[in-house]
Design a protein around this ligand. Structure first.
Ligand SMILES: [Zn+2]
Length: 317
């Protein structure tokens, strides 16, 4: 009984989910049903332009090989061929084409907002061509992942700045993965290109870009909050940055994390995202409940995070 009582006391907020993966093995009806269950009004669907063949781009392969060599110092032995095999096994089924995202948005324009994706490591001509196409498809932004798209904003600064420049010019927002990634990329060494601190300086000339640091720098099964501090530092320095809570809603139940966000950046740039259906057995409602129930946020802050910040950002695109 007490738990049922408690359930009744929790206020349900309207919400926009800023981070959903419309994997082709999950039907759009399933996504809509899961959104309805959570009383989510609209969702940002993100594309995923990934390609296992990227590992054989010379620059990418050389970099991975030297990283793997470094790992052996810590007695961690991973073979390039194992990584390549994993990439070929996993990546094709998680790829989400920009055209597919656009199709879903056209079918349910009141419920879905579409973000395309650009495989950054494929180089400048590819970036230009793909951003143009994303614009033509009527999508509102671009999702990129330093991990699965094998780029590093410090080492590949020209490509990353070109992407930022084009998005700024076309008024496309960027959703930028931060933290570790799944599979072999859970190893922090292999994910370190997704440490948000590497954006320091790179964002200097892009003050009109709207960029969402996905997962608050914290995504990691083994080391939760791995680069949270670095993420807050970047948000503090650049006020055109946002962060989403996708797969890391626990941050809003963490007293120190909440105090740090409130003191250093405020909640006007924090967005609710679920990462559905990427986290196995976790629904949108589960993630939203954590935000609704935390006693560390005021009702006004919850409203900002769950709805208003996203609404305002989307209106500006
Ligand atoms: Zn995600």
């Amino acid at each position: 009984m007490p738990s049922a009582l408690k359930e009744m006391e929790v206020e349900v907020f309207r919400a926009i989910d800023f981070h959903i993966h419309p994997f082709t093995h999950v039907s759009p009806d399933e996504i809509l049903k899961t959104m309805d269950e959570a009383e989510v009004e609209r969702a940002v669907l993100v594309g995923l332009d990934i390609d296992p063949a990227d590992i054989d781009i010379r620059r990418v392969r050389d970099r991975i090989e030297s990283m793997l060599l470094n790992l052996t110092m810590g007695l961690i032995f991973v073979q390039l061929d194992d990584l390549r095999k994993e990439a070929y096994d996993v990546m094709p089924s998680f790829r989400i084409d920009n055209e597919y995202v656009a199709k879903l948005v056209n079918l349910w324009p009141g419920r879905f907002v579409g973000f395309g994706s650009v495989d950054v490591c494929k180089g400048e001509r590819y970036i230009e061509k793909t951003v143009k196409k994303i614009r033509r498809l009527g999508l509102k932004g671009v999702k990129v992942l330093p991990t699965a798209q094998f780029f590093n904003p410090a080492l590949d600064r020209e490509m990353v700045e070109l992407l930022f420049y084009l998005c700024e010019r076309e008024n496309l927002a960027v959703i930028y993965h931060t933290g570790c990634d799944v599979g072999a990329f859970e190893l922090p060494h292999l994910s370190e290109s997704a440490n948000p601190i590497l954006l320091n300086g790179v964002l200097d000339n892009h003050s009109n870009l709207k960029i969402v640091l996905s997962h608050f720098g914290s995504y990691s099964a083994r080391y939760p909050k791995i680069w949270f501090k670095e993420c807050v530092e970047i948000m503090k320095k650049y006020d055109n940055t946002y962060a989403d809570t996708a797969a890391v809603p626990y941050l809003l139940e963490d007293e120190r994390a909440v105090a740090k966000i409130r003191a250093e950046v405020g909640f006007e740039r924090v967005l609710f995202g679920s990462d559905y259906p990427a986290v196995i057995l976790v629904t949108i409602k589960d993630e939203k409940n954590i935000v609704e129930r935390t006693n560390l946020l005021t009702a006004e802050e919850k409203e900002l995070v769950l709805y208003e910040n996203a609404d305002e950002l989307l209106r500006s695109l």
